[in-house]
Design a protein around this ligand. Sequence first.
Ligand SMILES: Nc1ncnc2c1ncn2[C@@H]1O[C@H](COP(=O)(O)OP(=O)(O)OP(=O)(O)O)[C@@H](O)[C@H]1O
Length: 299
Amino acid sequence: MIDVHNVSKTFDDMEAVKDVSLHIKKGSIYGLLGSNGAGKTTLLKLLAGIYKHNAGKISISEQPVFENTELKQKTIFLADALYFFPNTTINHMASFYRSVYKDWNEERFNKLKEAFPIDLDKKIERMSKGMQRQVAFWLTLSAMPDVLILDEPLDGLDAVMRQKIKNLLIQDVADRDLTIIISSHNLREVEDLCDYIGIMHHGQIIIEKDLDDLKSDVHKVQVAFNGDVPEGFLESIDVLYKEARGSVRLYIVRGKKEPISNHIYSFKPVVFDLLPLTLEEIFIYEMRDVGYAIENIIV
Ligand SMILES: Nc1ncnc2c1ncn2[C@@H]1O[C@H](COP(=O)(O)OP(=O)(O)OP(=O)(O)O)[C@@H](O)[C@H]1O
């Protein structure tokens, strides 16, 4: 559905996106994570056809995205900083969306009044940040896009509204195969929503995996031995991080559960636990592995 092949984007002499390739399947929810300044927003704007790439190819449903008005009818980008015309109400904005998006669904727009309890004639600029975000989702979901590109989409929303919007998004994915790309620093939210994860750092995708595979590929190991750690214990396991907590050693290990467990049992530990990591923990340890860590900084 969405194909990115060896794409680069440069601002002056700064390469914000470097040789990125990825594939996003129709009807999936792809979480784009990364450090600050990693290039996520730039990549989202390239996917939305807002920026032109310097190298490579970007296509949605096999059509190039840049300046493709037909595709823009079907693709909506919700930026982290929202924009509405000055002095407008929801009713005004709805008329504009109605005239621009040919799949605009009036019935849906009216039905969503139940989800978003906001006066249609209230000036949007006088609304709170969270209410403005609700309006953005209300209009976006009524326009019935095929692809939704979301940059920090749930910022400023209360917990109830966040859940409501997540449910609406999941419903659209299930009912009409909506494809969503979502960039967020709220990894718990990403973990709830996404089925595929890409992690960016310094303009490059450093990991791209199915969320379940990613989670089954990194583990927290707590282990203790009678005496010191046996010689050869750390050989043939891929350790991302290690720490001693008294006699118990904590290891973050990359690899499949079974071979790791077999390896550890062969050293006859007196304590052994292998636990899953949250997406937030995986992100922190993977970023540490590429040299992005904040430990030992004295200020
Ligand atoms: N319009 C622009 N002109 C010049 N440089 C830019 C522009 N937009 C982004 N950059 C630079 O490109 C790099 C990537 O920025 P980008 O906004 O894509 O990062 P990000 O991953 O979204 O970061 P964050 O998580 O902090 O929002 C940064 O170094 C930024 O300064």
